[in-house]
Design a protein around this ligand. Structure first.
Ligand code: IPE
Ligand code: IPE
Ligand code: MG
Length: 236
């Protein structure tokens, strides 16, 4: 297959280990990781990827120490503030999925303002998954459908995959919501509650490098790797 993936999802993992290996506190890894986000977004735009969905914080990550969380929200705000002009110039549209209401108020405010500022972007859909968990997302969709049935807007027989997908947090992506390529850095080979429904037929890549070392060069290698895959979707 010689096509580029339309929707790439990345689990940006390994910041803490990167810092630890250098004798730094964990947040150093997050700082360096933010630089990588900037580079990878730029490259995704350059190669014409339509949707890039970055796992920045899972529902399970709330278990981390408060100091680490504070750093993460601060870095997120800083990233948004610094990048919004370039993102706009490049026609990037910004989205968030996950329980955004659980984020600190000031972070929410800035994120919403940036999404508004970038709402006319059409080239790349850049989505941050924040306080995101796929099981919660699926349960919410099931509840919404159950409600529609109770209210008589839908019959049980009308519950199809298409109908279900309308209630997932990625529905704004339309057909591109389906993940073509899922990348997880740091060598861990698990999905950690990320986009379970959307990645049913995704190709996977598990580069050994930690996220702060995941350069544009590494990203290109991953994309090359994708091009050599044969996707059969159950056919022959
Ligand atoms: C990923 O890196 C970033 C977030 C989860 C926010 P980690 O912080 O999980 O780094 P490791 O896995 O501990 O090395
Ligand atoms: C997954 O990484 C979430 C993000 C990268 C944001 P974790 O480091 O939290 O996942 P586990 O705990 O190793 O599965
Ligand atoms: Mg981790």
């Amino acid at each position: 297959m010689n096509q580029s993936p339309r929707h790439v999802a990345i689990i940006m993992d390994g910041n803490g280990r990167w810092a630890k290996a250098r004798g730094y506190p964990r947040f150093y890894g997050h700082i360096r990781g933010t630089t990588r986000v900037r580079e990878i977004v730029r490259e995704a735009h350059r190669v014409g990827i339509q949707a890039l969905t970055l796992y920045a914080f899972s529902t399970e990550n709330w278990k981390r120490p408060a100091e680490e969380l504070t750093v993460l929200w601060k870095l997120l705000r800083k990233y948004i503030r610094r990048e919004v002009i370039e993102l706009k110039r490049n026609g990037v549209r910004l989205h968030m999925i996950g329980e955004i209401n659980r984020l600190p108020q000031d972070a929410q405010r800035e994120l919403r303002a940036a999404m508004e500022e970038l709402k006319d972007g059409t080239k790349l859909h850049l989505t941050f998954a924040l306080s995101y968990g796929a099981r919660t997302e699926i349960i919410e969709a099931a509840k919404a459908l159950a409600n529609e049935c109770v209210q008589g807007k839908l019959t049980v027989d009308q519950i199809t995959e298409q109908e279900f997908e309308k209630h997932l947090s990625t529905s704004f992506l339309g057909e591109s919501a389906e993940v073509d390529f899922m990348i997880r850095t740091s060598g861990e080979k698990r999905i950690s509650n990320y986009l379970l429904w959307q990645s049913s037929y995704a190709e996977f890549d598990f580069p050994e490098v930690l996220w702060p070392d995941y350069s544009v060069e590494e990203f290109r290698k991953s994309l090359e790797n994708f091009k050599n895959r044969q996707r059969r979707f159950g056919g022959i």
